[in-house]
Design a protein around this ligand. Sequence first.
Ligand code: TYM
Length: 331
Amino acid sequence: MLNDQKVSYSGVQPSGNLTIGNYLGAIKNFATYSEQYKCFYCVVDSHAITVRQVPAELRRRTYETLALYMACGLDPEKNTLYVQSHVPMHTELAWILNCYSMFGELSRMTQFKDKSEKHADNINAGLFTYPVLMAADILLYQTDIVPVGIDQKQHVELCRNIATRFNQLFPDTFTIPEPIISKSGMKIMSLAEPTKKMSKSDENTNAVVYILDDKDTIIRKFKRAVTDSDTAVRFAEGKDGINNLMTIYSCFTGKTLPEIEREFDGKGYGDFKMAVGEACADALAPVQEKFRQILADKAYLEEVMKKGADEASYYARKTISKVKRKVGFVI
Ligand code: TYM
């Protein structure tokens, strides 16, 4: 809570081309809070370097992610949009919170375990303390709600635990945040392995639909999506591929699962996949057009980044001063 207004906070890593998982699970929902909440949406570049990045690509994607936020309907006049590394209080608070976070609880984070397996040659300390930096992001702004996909729920719960522990030692420091998981788009699966999350870092680009893919590419990817040997379009256990496509179709069209089953009654998977591809491409077309317009104006993007960082710093500074005072630093 800031000045009697509830706060919504979330972030996206500029670590790859953003997917329809990022869109449906997170970004698309951000704008729904813009009127009633004080909203902070961050491009988390400091998190991105926990795995190796090509510097020029990281820089380019930072601009692109900010442009996508705006293309997805986030007005920089109504939301504070900024880049994490522009507000040094994030890393400052992360250090302090590191000293109140336990080795055991960090070791239990499933994302750390997954990423350690995937990047076995680079299990760096940043990867391990990644959720503490995420807790710092959230707690700096006295956040009430954190809209995320279900894969981030464990990190938000850890953040709640760290904040509660800190508040027990130093009362009234942090607001305890609540994760908000959108029911429909909470976990969009890979098109090639529908038991696995669709991820921007997947090497198989056919398994992933990117927000910026053109219509032909989108339709081709959906046509190749892995399904099953059944023929009926119905949501059921064991039909992971079809369940995923139905979820995606439902998110893009607003139709319910029973409505979708009725619509494709007697039709085959081919027709259904085509319809999913069309619905996805049609929904993304205006986002893509707006994205291109915004990205072409680098000066404007830099203005937005600067304004966002100034706004965010104003609130971040208040929290970090309070925290420093509480832990006994001379300020
Ligand atoms: P990141 O960059 O991996 O993903 C950004 C957002 O997209 C959601 N998401 C998905 N939702 C549904 N289906 C999918 N396949 C899918 N893939 C990704 C994620 O849940 C997330 O909401 N640690 C965070 C970034 C972060 C953050 C924060 C988030 C840093 N600080 C503070 C909230 C608050 C991450 O890596 O997200």
